[in-house]
Design a protein around this ligand. Structure first.
Ligand code: UD1
Ligand code: CA
Length: 470
């Protein structure tokens, strides 16, 4: 791999056709903003530094890049969008006296790969050319600059569609907008660009004719259409996102993950998988989600920023956000784990159980219809169906603490702050407002009375009322 490589990512344009308040390059695809994709490809091809030329929406784009790429990535601001050639000038200025190779890519091309960028750098190095570029053959070349080849079979110049003759428009070899150049030559060539075209802009594409005018040749690398696809509107965003999704799924499959219905899942690029993970149909895995080996994710589950340890099963339609799920747990179906939910090894959380800022200790179970919020539950506890931690008094939140091996009967309301010490029992239907000591039985409900023979009386009264009805 070549050592002295810098990259310019041109991303100052407006993206009018997105019809959005959000700058085009910040629209997400597989959980990453568009611009992050070419930046990562350039970094992976060995480029350092990478300069992103920003303009429209710079106030939003710059902090995002600084946060995502604290090292190696800089931004340069193009105040006025005077064309791609001008944007490259602004980017190159930010490199100062840099010498070596400069890759130039457009910020709205998320599918380009480090492998093809590396091949382009190698092609330029091998041919000692001042400039090398990608080309792509398209059945429908509309909208793209056309690559015109000379008698020697090498690119002679690029003509933009607006400036092209009818005959030139019939050329199907197009310019996807990926170049590798020698820094010193690039500096001299960019200074020579002139806005003599239909848009009165500085065209980066004029570099090809300038190199030829210098008596040099410009080799080309043909790259497939999918990889060079640019995003100009939301239909193309959808297509690009689908292609990226297919790549993300394929990489996970090759790493040992089974998708039962690969075409239906939505998996962010940064999600991490161990081996022998199974993911059901329509699962959505986003953010910093990480699944260790032998985890099973059922159909329709939505996991965001959630970690799941080895051997755990998450049954269908569970929704987890910011949860930490330990080894060998069983979750769902229809469980809801909110931020701060922690399940320790072997814990079970069943259907229609909601947890928030709550820990469920080793081997503890809350199998049906419960709300556990701001709670700390020890090991081997049983939380009965319908149990509610009443954590909110209208002003503040309060904690419920439940010790090891506590048994909470069904339909208990635990009014926090309250503590139930280890080994205690809570009778079903209790409202618990005071702490329960170790190994005690707490009953907090009205005592049952049975009134013998009362049923006959009730039936007689009912019959009388029915007769009076008109
Ligand atoms: C450009 C190419 C065209 C190629 C096509 C591929 C030129 C003159 N034309 O046309 O040959 O087929 O891309 O998609 O280069 N940008 C800036 N500052 C500017 C202008 C543009 O940063 O002043 C950025 C945009 O944000 C975008 C990229 O450069 O990421 C391309 O600009 P765009 O206006 O989309 O160029 P095209 O007309 O598509
Ligand atoms: Ca474009």
């Amino acid at each position: 791999m070549e050592r002295n490589v810098a990259a310019l990512v041109l991303a100052a344009g407006k993206g009018t056709r997105m019809k959005s308040a959000l700058p085009k390059v910040l629209h997400p695809a597989c959980g990453k903003p568009l611009v992050a994709w070419p930046v990562e490809a350039a970094l992976a091809a060995g480029a350092d530094p990478v300069v992103v030329v920003v303009g429209h929406g710079a106030d939003a784009v710059r902090p995002l890049l600084a946060q995502r790429f604290p090292a190696s990535v800089r931004t340069a601001v193009q105040q006025q969008q005077l064309g791609t050639g001008h944007a490259a000038r602004v980017g190159l200025e930010a490199l100062g006296e840099w010498s070596g190779s400069v890759l130039i890519v457009y910020g709205d091309c998320p599918l380009l790969t480090a492998e093809s960028l590396t091949s382009l750098l190698e092609l330029r190095a091998r041919t000692a050319a001042p400039l090398a570029l990608w080309t792509t053959r398209l059945d429908e070349p509309r909208g793209y600059g056309r690559v015109l080849r000379g008698d020697d079979g090498l690119p002679e110049r690029i003509v933009e569609e607006r400036d092209a003759t009818a005959e030139q428009r019939r050329v199907t070899e197009t310019n996807p907008g990926v170049y590798a150049a020698d820094a010193a030559w690039l500096r001299s060539a960019l200074a020579r660009l002139e806005p003599k075209n239909a848009q009165a802009e500085l065209y980066l594409t004029d570099l090809v004719a300038l190199a030829r005018a210098d008596g040099r040749s410009v080799p080309a690398l043909e790259v497939g259409a999918l990889e060079t696809m640019g995003v100009n509107d939301r239909a193309q965003l959808g297509e690009a996102a689908a292609a990226l999704q297919a790549r993300v799924v394929r990489r996970a499959q090759l790493d040992g993950v089974t998708f039962l219905s690969p075409a239906t899942v939505a998996v962010d690029a940064q999600v991490r998988f161990g081996i022998d993970v199974t993911v059901g149909a329509h699962a959505v895995l986003t953010g910093a989600t990480a699944l260790e080996s032998e985890v099973h994710i059922g159909a329709g589950c939505v996991l965001h920023d959630t970690t799941v340890a080895t051997g755990t099963v998450v049954h269908p339609y569970s929704v987890c956000d910011g949860a930490r799920i330990g080894k060998g747990c069983v979750v769902g179906p229809f469980a809801r784990l909110r931020p701060g939910a922690v399940l320790e090894e072997g814990a079970h959380v069943g259907n229609f159980v909601e947890m928030k800022k709550a820990r469920l200790g080793r081997g503890s179970k809350a199998n049906h219809l419960a709300y556990l919020g701001d709670a700390d539950i020890g090991a081997k506890a049983n939380i009965g169906a319908g149990t509610i931690t009443c954590n909110y008094d209208g002003i503040g939140k309060h904690r419920t603490v439940i010790g090891d091996e506590v048994f909470v009967g069904s339909n208990a309301t635990l009014v926090a702050p309250v503590a139930i010490a280890r080994g205690a029992y809570v009778a079903a239907g209790s409202t618990i407002t005071a702490d329960v000591p170790e190994d005690a039985l707490a009953i907090g409900r009205g005592r049952q009375q049975n009134k013998a023979g009362y049923a006959a009386g009730i039936r007689a009264k009912n019959a009388e009322r029915a007769q009076k009805k008109p």
